[in-house]
Design a protein around this ligand. Structure first.
Ligand code: 13P
Ligand code: SF4
Length: 327
């Protein structure tokens, strides 16, 4: 069986397999390190193996390579998060230009990028004195950043930016919404996660009507309308911890990725959507892909290795390390 061959190769080689919670079950089961994006960045950079086989999306493998440049990071599928693709270095510069044209001085802008962004964008943010956040620590990072009295440019996820602003009672806007950015504390780039847009207030109403005591649980990449109507909002790991603390008889409807929700518990658990909210790119990685990468290491011809150039690494690393300094 393919799984057994993978386990054999794993024993033989100096490798660790890393998998995000959204990976297919068969891939998730053979991983040595699992977690949400913050946990993976922390655990993978401190891992002692020579090769990291990263099952996730591009920005995750890239972040580990930036934090631990001497490690060989290989991705069975170099799959891209569609949200991370919504902003590149040019769109970043255009966003800064937009704020300057609207009367905000460059020195008064503090950029914060969600970890779901490319190394180039993280480097731009690092060069401007900004930092990275993840869905686990976005609130703490913004609470800290707001003390600088600067305008926060939050990229690329407008939903996460708006949701944190709402939680903290701050004013937010979106580039291009026609409002005056000077009047906002947090100005969000117009990016979003296509998977987390699949949940709606109508779905929440449906479940609340059907099961009056149900708890609605959502990821902060969901729209502000869905988040406002939820009983609990948290990153992937925060959602798992919360659900594990509940009585198994408590009915829950969860607004996040399908593979994760399906794995959570075997009863009283619903995916808050009439569709199947799978992340298409997270789902691209198969056991066959993992096997092919392991074989390439065994043959001394590693494939799908992640490389980040020195200058990009320098600034992107700074933006990631500033996050670790705060939390
Ligand atoms: P987490 O930080 O919760 O792992 O989220 C990453 C992600 O891509 C969610 O869509
Ligand atoms: Fe990106 Fe959304 Fe997939 Fe997360 S679920 S990796 S944000 S596309």
């Amino acid at each position: 069986m393919l799984k057994d061959e993978i386990l054999e190769l794993k024993k033989k080689l100096n490798v660790s397999i890393v998998a995000h919670f959204y990976q297919r079950n068969e891939v998730f089961e053979i991983a040595d390190i699992v977690g949400d994006s913050l946990e993976l960045a922390k655990k993978a950079k401190d891992d002692k193996s020579e090769f990291l086989i990263f099952c996730g999306v591009g920005f995750m493998g890239e972040s580990v390579k930036i934090l631990a440049p001497n490690k060989q990071v290989l991705m069975p599928k170099i799959a891209c998060c569609s949200m991370a693709k919504m902003i590149d270095a040019k769109y970043y510069d255009d966003s800064i230009e937009f704020l300057i044209k609207n009367g905000i001085q460059k020195d008064d802008i503090l950029p914060i990028t969600y970890i779901n962004s490319s190394a180039d964008v993280k480097a731009k943010v690092g060069e401007m004195g900004g930092m990275v956040c993840t869905s686990s620590n976005a609130k703490v990072i913004i609470e800290n950043a707001i003390k600088s009295n600067k305008k926060i440019l939050f990229i690329p996820d407008k939903c996460l930016g708006q949701n944190i602003a709402n939680m903290m009672g701050l004013k937010s806007s979106i580039i291009g919404d026609g409002s005056d950015p000077k009047k906002s504390d947090i100005i969000c780039y117009d990016g979003f996660c296509s998977v987390h847009q699949l949940f709606s207030v109508e779905d929440i109403k449906f479940y609340r009507k059907k099961y009056p005591n149900i708890l609605i649980i959502s990821h902060p990449e969901c729209t502000p309308e869905v988040v406002r109507e939820s009983d609990f909002v948290g990153s992937t790991s925060q959602i798992i911890r919360y659900i594990n603390s509940l009585d198994i008889n408590q009915k829950i409807a969860v607004a996040t990725e399908y593979n994760l929700v399906n794995r959570l518990r075997d009863k009283n658990t619903f995916v808050l959507s009439s569709s199947k909210p799978e992340c298409p790119t997270m789902n691209e990685t198969t056991l066959e892909d993992v096997y092919t990468v392991l074989k390439s290491i065994e043959d001394n011809k590693p494939i799908n290795e992640i490389f980040v150039d020195k200058n990009t690494t320098k600034w992107a690393k700074l933006s990631l390390e500033r996050m670790f300094e705060v939390c």
